[in-house]
Design a protein around this ligand. Structure first.
Ligand SMILES: NC(=O)c1ccc[n+]([C@@H]2O[C@H](COP(=O)([O-])OP(=O)(O)OC[C@H]3O[C@@H](n4cnc5c(N)ncnc54)[C@H](O)[C@@H]3O)[C@@H](O)[C@H]2O)c1
Length: 427
């Protein structure tokens, strides 16, 4: 099939290379000229495993990149909208990029197309996109909602082996095209109306965020009354109705999706006269959770003013360079405001943080240099390389052996035997 993907970010690019791998002819469009130039040169502007390999395999053969939307839209059967849908100041969804993409598509099309919303959008956006396109194009087209569930860090494998594919549409013709497009992927396909598809995405992310805030509250209780959160989570997770995934206590969720999608669902509810109380609590628990790590730090080192604090991990989770809404950012801001000297290291996400904090931080070449001479080490992101650290070496280079393990990746017993003062989350 001939496909056009509008928006070549984490989602658009991952989907684009995967649709090419599935044998389609794909053109990825973006308004960001630098991004498109890099991709044309075979460089991937983000860190996402497996994308580079697929790009090398398909670029110039059945995968193309351009800033010009008209030609690729004209020749495509299916046009995906995969542009960003960030939060506005008041938590509502900023649809400006979706609307602009819809207008550009409307001006370009000259025959039947399926226009697919892959961006995460509020209920009713399908109708908005339809009306924008109709202003410019009077012929036949169909709107589909096909939310994306891939996770950064495992985007390619998630796309190719999803738990489910959700397709919201009201036209048999569009349904058959979408069925054909996904025919080689082995996953249940749920066909539904557009509004339900739009809601499924928000409901799924909000539920996962709720699971994280819930286990974090149980961990906070463990910190007070005793008990080990890992055992509690294991015991809960063995219940098939609950499941063990997303029951890892830590310093809270971040990233470009959960915080924004929770905010969006609260806002969508509010606009419709409904108070989504559970999600308001999820949000406030999460916000406090980021800063609990700093409270634990103060318990260990006292006032942090003038002390050197080493942060391992800046990305909001491992295997990505994405730092949008990452807990690291809030923790760094807090530490700087309290007068700490902050040194940081992340295997992939230093660039974005450097752009925010510039010379206010010390950027280390590796974990050991980061920890060297510091009064405490805070583990923020559970990258595999941090799980394999030589902790004896850390013990030798650190000034004061204090560790805040924000992701519960180390053994408390082992660290204490080595002379560290250890604080995890709920154990
Ligand atoms: N990142 C994730 O893990 C993830 C997962 C599932 C769903 N989503 C959703 O997918 C959507 C995209 O997210 P992302 O993380 O890929 O965003 P992103 O910010 O990485 O990428 C968006 C891209 O769209 C481009 N763009 C904006 N307006 C455009 C236009 N008019 N024409 C062409 N390109 C345009 C931007 O330049 C940017 O490159 C969002 O709605 C998000 O909520 C994201």
């Amino acid at each position: 099939m001939e496909i056009c993907v509008v928006g070549t970010g984490y989602v658009g690019l991952s989907c684009g290379v995967c649709f090419a791998k599935l044998g389609n002819r794909v053109t990825c469009v973006d308004i960001d000229e630098n991004k498109i130039e890099m991709l044309k040169q075979g460089e991937v502007p983000i860190y996402e495993p497996e994308v580079k390999e697929l790009l090398d395999m398909h670029s110039g053969k059945n995968l193309f990149f351009t800033t010009g939307l008209v030609e690729p839209v004209k020749k495509s059967n299916v046009v995906f909208i995969a542009v960003g849908t960030p939060s506005s100041e008041d938590g509502s969804v900023n649809l400006e990029y979706v609307k602009a993409a819809a207008a550009d598509i409307g001006k370009a099309i000259d025959g039947y197309k399926v226009i697919v919303n892959k961006s995460t959008v509020p209920v009713g956006t399908g109708e908005i996109v339809e009306s924008i396109i109709s202003k410019h194009y009077k012929g036949e087209f169909d709107i589909v909602s096909n939310p994306e569930f891939l996770r950064e860090g495992t985007a390619v494998s998630d796309f190719l082996k999803p738990d489910r594919i959700v397709i919201g549409c009201s036209s048999k013709r569009a349904m058959n095209i979408m069925k054909r497009l996904y025919s080689t992927i082995k996953a249940p396909i749920l066909f539904t109306d557009i509004k339900s598809a739009e809601l499924i995405k928000y409901a799924s992310n909000a539920f996962l965020a709720t699971k994280i805030s819930f286990i974090n509250e149980i961990a906070n209780l463990c910190d007070i009354v005793g008990g080990n959160i890992n055992s509690v989570a294991d015991g809960m997770g063995l219940d098939k109705r609950i499941g063990r995934e997303f029951l890892n206590a830590g310093i809270g969720f971040g990233g470009s999706c959960f915080p924004k999608d929770v905010k969006a669902l609260i806002s969508i509810a509010r606009e419709n006269g409904f108070d989504f109380r559970i999600l308001r609590a999820v949000e406030s628990v999460n916000s406090e959770q980021h800063l609990r790590a700093v409270e634990k730090l103060q318990d260990l080192v006292g006032p942090v003013n003038g002390k050197k604090i080493a942060l391992l991990g800046l990305a909001f989770k491992p295997n990505t360079d994405d730092t949008r809404e990452a807990p690291s950012i809030r923790i760094i801001e807090q530490l700087i405001s309290m007068g700490a000297v902050v040194s940081v290291y992340d295997p992939k996400a230093m660039g974005a943080v450097q752009a925010i904090f510039e010379n206010k931080l010390q950027f280390a070449e590796n974990a050991y240099k980061c920890a060297s001479g510091s009064d405490a080490l805070m583990l923020i992101t559970e990258w595999e390389e941090f799980k394999k650290l030589d902790l004896r070496k850390i013990r030798n280079v650190i000034n004061k052996p204090n560790i805040i393990d924000g992701r519960n990746i180390y053994s408390r017993e082992r660290l204490e035997m080595m002379g560290f003062n250890y604080r995890g989350v709920g154990r």
